[in-house]
Design a protein around this ligand. Structure first.
Ligand code: AMP
Length: 198
């Protein structure tokens, strides 16, 4: 099973992707996590990645696509995967679909977690202050300035994917502002009922 989760930053993709991965025993691939590891390296790509991520901008397509291809060719991706944060541009989606197609596969579900921007800005600010209170590391891009850039990147670069997947008839949308459990219940129902669930 191959699932793409779409939604603006803070909509809950990471939380839901972990639950899907555990319930269906498929790989959870978070490009944000993957790129944070790249950003921590002392290389030219590491520096480029770090700068883009800290400002809230997208990392160049070629750096992301190569890393995703490499990861999903590992044996633990054979049963399927849930993608959290990828694709984020139509060109990433096109290249990715080509690759799957060559291997005789395709995306089964593209699920959008829809959420209002003003609520998301609050969520990100809360996530950062809770992490600070608990003495945990705070993500460099969990500032309101970076979040505004991330939301703009989402509406300009990622939101067009909604039409892309809709035109392929695999897009379903969930209200991401419901409780975490309610979103999970709806997600599982969509996955289990196939592409004809509402
Ligand atoms: P996330 O953890 O998904 O919120 O991603 C954090 C940051 O990683 C984003 O703001 C981007 O800078 C970068 N990133 C994650 N996934 C992608 C992607 N598919 N394409 C480009 N940049 C990405």
């Amino acid at each position: 099973m191959r699932i793409v989760l779409l939604g603006p930053p803070g909509a809950g993709k990471g939380t839901q992707a972990k639950r899907i991965s555990a319930a269906y025993d498929i790989l959870h691939l978070s490009t944000g996590e993957m790129l944070r590891a790249v950003a921590a390296t002392d290389t030219v790509t590491g520096k480029r990645t770090r700068q883009a991520m800290a400002s809230g901008k997208l990392v160049p397509d070629q750096d992301v696509i190569a890393a995703v291809f490499q990861r999903i060719s590992q044996p633990d991706a054979l049963r399927g995967f849930v993608l959290d944060g990828f694709p984020r541009t139509v060109s990433q989606a096109v290249v990715f679909d080509d690759l799957l197609d060559r291997e005789g596969g395709e995306i089964d579900h593209a699920i959008e977690l829809r959420a209002d921007e003003s609520v998301l800005l609050d969520r990100i600010t809360t996530r950062a202050s809770e992490a600070r209170e608990q003495g945990c590391a705070v993500r460099e891009d969990d500032t309101s300035e970076a979040q505004k850039v991330r939301l703009r990147e989402y509406s300009e670069q990622t939101a067009p994917l909604i039409d892309y997947y809709r035109s392929r008839n695999i897009l379903r949308t969930i209200d991401g502002l419901q409780s975490i459990d309610a979103v999970t219940t709806e997600l599982f129902r969509m996955i289990e009922c196939g592409s004809w669930a509402s």
